[in-house]
Design a protein around this ligand. Structure first.
Ligand SMILES: Nc1nc2c(c(=O)[nH]1)N[C@H]1C(S)=C(S)[C@@H](COP(=O)(O)O)O[C@H]1N2
Ligand SMILES: [Mo]
Length: 412
């Protein structure tokens, strides 16, 4: 079994990495009598910040677009994974994937209609929904197009992990169990699929299996403790843990229960998987096991040889992460990384490996295994098994190449 807990003292950890760490070496030389200017005057009044924003020195930590979007309303913004710690994505940095812009919705006028194969068609206002018992769960959300450009080799030479993996975020989602709402309406015999429709100009619609709706689906109204951001579906979104981003319908206005899938354009012309035999596989919902090293990574290289913590994120739509192995020699040898707890199902898991850079070239890879035993594939294995027409759900092992100077670039 993997070694999930490091269980070493800091000193032991550094020794294990085989280096002496000199993080505090200049402390003794600093003149402690030098009082910094910000200590000599009053700070900013607290009443100036009714709603806080990050320090002005953190301006470079921001969402970025994949490429210049042809349509600003049908585009995406990527999460800066290289700049974040832990597993939670701050709300202002959650990735955005919109097909027709972010609507401005008055929550007092927003309704959710539940109809179709139900005993009692119902219409809910936000106040009605909030009277149901609430649940809060920490889950990742990933667009199935995340990392898809690897397939086509379209990344620019200076792409970072934000460009390659930034259609990925993780938040604590609070809302109402969809099963509770469906119990109010009463499912009729034969109910098997539910059409979920958004109130945006795309009127995005997806068919969701009733089994998923009754399992762990949430009608979410909050994200990391506050109401959803407009970009994430304010005031209400469908949240389907582990399912591809597209099925998590934002600005949710309608649920129609049926006995078969509704065959919307989002599940026929888009978001299908064209197999080598020419057959398009539909309803390929669950995001497969995947991981990526966020540091070191392109733009986050090293300047001095010595101790370096290799860290990144692993996730699986099938459940918990069991193991993450890290290679610093391009897959020649592997070491188990430590996993930060709690290790939650269908959630990002942070991994860490103490490492010592001797100053030479290195080639970083991470390989995750989930609790179903599924192992993240190599690029070769993935492309071979899927054939030339498959695009979505690219979950292959990622390689970052470090040059002797310490600069890191994406490989492939
Ligand atoms: N109504 C509606 N729901 C939507 C979309 C949309 O454009 N309209 N985009 C989908 C796609 S493709 C993804 S990946 C996720 C993105 O959610 P996020 O913007 O909160 O990250 O929302 C999905 N739900
Ligand atoms: Mo997506």
């Amino acid at each position: 079994m993997p070694n999930n807990a490091v269980g070493l003292s800091r000193r032991g950890l550094f020794q294990q990495a085989g280096v002496a760490v000199t993080v505090a070496s200049t402390a003794a030389q600093a003149n402690e009598a030098d009082i910094p200017p910000w200590t000599l005057e009053q700070g900013q009044p607290v009443t100036d910040v009714p709603y806080g924003t990050p320090s002005g020195f953190e301006k470079s930590v921001m969402r970025r677009t994949r490429e210049t979007p042809l349509f600003p309303t049908a585009a995406s913004m990527l999460t800066p994974l290289q700049d974040l710690d832990g597993i939670i994505t701050p709300n202002g940095l959650h990735y955005i994937r919109n097909h027709a812009g972010t609507p401005t919705i008055d929550p007092d006028r927003h309704r959710l209609l539940v109809h179709g194969l139900v005993d009692r068609p119902l219409s809910f206002g936000m106040d009605d929904l909030m009277r149901f018992p609430s649940v809060s769960r920490i889950h990742f959300l990933e667009c199935s197009g995340n990392s898809g450009q690897y397939k086509t080799g379209q990344y620019k030479a200076d792409a970072t992990v934000q460009h390659t993996h930034g259609l990925l975020s993780c938040a604590e989602w609070t809302g109402v169990r969809l099963s509770d709402v469906l119990a109010e309406a009463g499912l009729k015999p034969g109910a098997a699929w539910i059409l979920a429709e958004g109130a945006d100009a795309a009127a995005l619609t997806r068919s969701i299996p009733v089994a998923k709706a009754l399992d762990d689906a949430i009608l979410a109204y909050s994200q990391n403790g506050e109401r959803l951001r407009p970009e994430q579906g304010y005031p209400l979104r469908l949240f389907l843990p582990g399912f591809e981003g597209n099925a998590n319908v934002k600005w949710l206005r309608r649920l129609k229960v049926g006995d078969q899938p509704f065959q919307t354009r989002w599940e026929t012309s888009k978001y299908t998987s064209l197999m080598p035999d020419g057959v398009a596989r539909q309803f390929n919902f669950t995001m497969e096991v995947k991981s990526v090293i966020t540091r070191p990574s392109p733009g986050r290289g090293l300047r001095h040889p010595g101790f370096c913590e290799v860290t990144g994120l692993a996730w699986s739509g099938h459940g918990r992460i069991m193991r993450v192995e890290v290679s610093t020699d391009g897959g020649g040898s592997w070491q188990d990384a430590a996993l930060d707890g709690p290790i939650l199902p269908k959630c990002l898991t942070r991994f860490r490996l103490p490492w010592s850079w001797t100053g030479g070239p290195a080639s970083f890879q991470s390989r995750a295994t989930d609790e179903t035993g599924e192992v993240q594939p190599t690029r070769e294995r993935l492309l071979a098994s899927r054939g030339p027409n498959y695009y979505y759900h690219y979950n292959a092992i990622q390689t970052w190449a470090m040059a002797p100077g310490g600069e890191v670039k994406l490989a492939v």
